[in-house]
Design a protein around this ligand. Sequence first.
Ligand code: PRP
Length: 181
Amino acid sequence: MNNDILKTLYSKKDIEVACKRLANEITEYYQGKESPLVVGVLKGAVIFMTDVIRQVDAYVDMDFIDVSSYHGTTKSSGKVDLVTDINSDPKGRDILIMEDIVDTGRTLKFLIENLTKRGAKSVKVCTLLDKPEGRVVDTHSDFTGFQVPNEFVVGYGLDYEEKYRNLPYIGVLKPEIYQNN
Ligand code: PRP
């Protein structure tokens, strides 16, 4: 698997440092507030979410939502599908969405609108990666790990055709891996 990677963008150590910083920011932000509902966006955010919230010193509830628009490919289909909803009622809750990456912004916009319409008290966003050059809709994250260049990245939750999520670092895939598809 490691041989498919052209270069490392963020090492395991870089990611550890970012997770700790984000956990500190989240701990500080939610001090004195009701326990937020932390919503991980399946599947990409699972690894990141578990690394961050274990270092958050505040009461939090956990839930997951599954939305998909890339269907395992390198290009967004432009349509966000809700695959599996959260179990909790978002009404009146402070929600913290955990994402692995904000690229076109379509997924995040869909989630913020969906949860707001259902009566969430507040919706904040924590993402490991933000790719501003990819943006096609207006949205932003409140807690951000790294701003990434406009390259297709994999690892630490991010996939290509469902593979590479288990790489412990974030890297750029060799073009020949996806060029023939
Ligand atoms: C990826 C990623 C984000 C979203 C970001 O999910 O995990 O949720 O795309 O892209 P956007 O800003 O262009 O909407 P994907 O749909 O590939 O599902 P996955 O997490 O299961 O891989």
